[in-house]
Design a protein around this ligand. Sequence first.
Ligand code: TYD
Ligand code: MG
Length: 451
Amino acid sequence: MAKEKQVFYCKECGYESVKWLGQCPGCHSWNTFVEERITVGAQKHSSNKKMVVAPTSILDVTTADESRIKTNISELDRVLGGGIVKGSLVLVGGDPGIGKSTILLQMCRNLVAKGDSVLYVSGEESPSQIKMRAERLGDFSKDMMLLCDNDMDNISAAIQKSKSDVVVIDSIQTVLVDEISSAPGTVTQVREVTARLMQLAKTCDVAIFIVGHVTKEGTVAGPRTLEHMVDSVLYFEGDSNNGFRILRGVKNRFGSTNEIGVFTMTDKGLVEVDNPSQVMLNGRPIGVPGSVVVSSLEGTRPILVEIQTLVCQTNFNMPRRTSVGVDYNRVNLIMAVLEKRAGLNLWGYDAYVSVAGGMRINDPAIDLGVACAIASGFKNKPVGDDIMIIGEIGLAGEIRGVSNILQRVKEADKMGFKTCIIPKSNYDKAMNELDIKIVCVSTLMEALGQI
Ligand code: TYD
Ligand code: MG
């Protein structure tokens, strides 16, 4: 007999508890628990029929030469690790309105044009709304199939019947499994739907793309709870107000992660950007204090970005520090090192640090650039426009080496920079052959002296 049970889930990480909690023990966020009723019997039933598979020796396993389906959007192929893998489940997440439906529709268009069969399932839009969007993107062939439904059983039947190569589910938050009494978009529903899609992907050998919304308030179950269930996770980031969109591979079972694809949103859909450094440095102010160009390694590509800072006298007891696109704690650490090792009296000053272009950077190689930008903003003296700065800062004020230095210097050279400040330990003879002047530094003081 199916029995109804009350459970509480964290909306952020999916932590399960039998009673309501103020703070989640899993992810430490506050006020994220929601009540859900689950039917225990039905869940058991849905967790798929048993299959008996005997263990095999690893030598007997044949690696069917990983046939990848090219999407012909090279930035998307790159993030996917060289194309779509058959039978994989890919989650595409991002804020509403960032362009998830647009990129997937463009991908479908390219696939049907090549002769692959595609099924686009939408629980959010009607066929005419999808058609309206599709008309902006170009001509579609008649093999592009649409299904506007949000019932999991119907979707599952359609996928099995259509024998498509690629299926898009837009979005996971609208799909509903009948046996579960909670509303669409709740943690239980989203998990169950994903589990069933996973099963379908593997049994029908179809690649499934799932769209998942992430909202700041977390009113719907964040797709973060699904990250460990799917094969690949792609996140769309960027400011929906400006044109750039960055598609970032966060997890990929079939390729390298942290690869990014850069797009711009136009009136005819998303257009790939061949030279991201150029786009990121577009409109850079010249001769302004607090602006420094750094190099961030994104996957296999170095991308040049501009760090902007504003340092001004504070009107409060506690100076304000704000960072956009770089880690807040890292900025505090760099400012502490600047105070202690370079003698800058930053304590009476507010500091705002931001990455131009809406990118988020985790690469520690930008530390020295951030430090120089803050120092430049503080002293009100501009850093030269044709200088690029690379290096990680240690607590003793030493400049540590970074990875892939030659690639980064070459990119700077290509973008027309005249001087490159690099960590001493990274120096390589091959750099002499480039047109760019290399300045090696080993401490923060040395670097500040150079600019
Ligand atoms: P959409 O793909 O619907 O976002 P998501 O599915 O992630 O919620 O993208 C919506 C935004 O993109 C919307 O603000 C309109 C804009 N857009 C364009 O600027 N040009 C286009 O050709 C298309 C299709 C959308
Ligand atoms: Mg959408």
